[in-house]
Design a protein around this ligand. Structure first.
Ligand SMILES: [Zn+2]
Length: 236
């Protein structure tokens, strides 16, 4: 596919939108009024609008490598502030994805370049939860770290000055943690939703426990499946 193809597709898409929904673009010019903000990974396999079936104007998106929200990252914080204070979004979702190269690199301690400094934040998460991760079979650790990273980033969003101020004003806005399966196209709710400044410690603990339970169960059922298939494969 060439760059010219991208323009050709764009012209066809715009024409089709206008034909099926006359006035679609002129209504977008007035104002964006998205209800949702998506904080996701830059990975090309995780496009917010397509996954959620939302149209232009319906979801405000911030993406970076491995969906990290760092307290000193003015880019992410500015996007969150704009979404909360100007657009008044109702829900913010931090969305990780399985098979994330950033999470994998953090798990392995691999050197990949400048991004090492960024991924260091996930290594901090890995260290914080090292006993949980070590309790899981090696094959499940990257997926579990993907989930845990999302939960930790939900906390980071929730304790940001933007959210603390919004909740102090009584604004209704929630933060959620989701994970996307590149292998099946499905979103999973990681049961880490925060709607105010107090009492989310309990939810945090139970979300982390659920991650451990989920990946322990998944690994057990996989190893049972494997041993059954090995038994079936044995000559009678
Ligand atoms: Zn990723």
């Amino acid at each position: 596919m060439t760059l010219q193809d991208l323009f050709t597709h764009n012209r066809a898409w715009a024409a089709e939108m206008e034909a099926t929904r006359p006035g679609f673009f002129t209504s977008l010019v007035q104002q964006q009024t998205p209800k949702y903000m998506w904080i996701g990974c830059s990975d090309s396999r995780v496009p917010a609008n397509q996954i959620t079936g939302l149209e232009p104007g319906e979801i405000f998106v911030h993406r970076n490598v491995a969906n990290i929200v760092v307290h000193s990252d003015l880019n992410a914080l500015s996007a969150i502030q704009f979404a909360v204070e100007r657009l008044k979004v109702q829900d913010i979702m931090v969305v990780g994805h399985y098979g994330c190269s950033g999470v994998q690199a953090a798990l392995e301690g691999a050197r990949i370049g400048l991004a090492d400094n960024w991924i260091r934040h996930i290594q901090d998460v890995r260290h914080r939860h090292s006993s949980l991760l070590e309790s899981l079979p090696e094959a499940a650790r990257a997926n579990a770290l993907c989930d845990i990273n999302v939960i930790e980033q939900v906390v980071n969003v929730s304790v940001s000055t933007v959210m603390v101020d919004a909740w102090a004003r009584g604004q209704s806005v929630r933060v959620h943690g989701w994970a996307f399966g590149v292998h099946d196209g499905l979103l999973q709710d990681l049961q880490m939703s925060v709607s105010g400044p107090v009492g989310f410690d309990k939810r945090y603990r139970s979300a982390i426990d659920s991650v451990q339970a989920k990946w322990t169960a998944q690994s057990q059922s996989q190893s049972e499946f494997q041993s059954q298939s090995q038994l079936q494969a044995l000559p009678a």
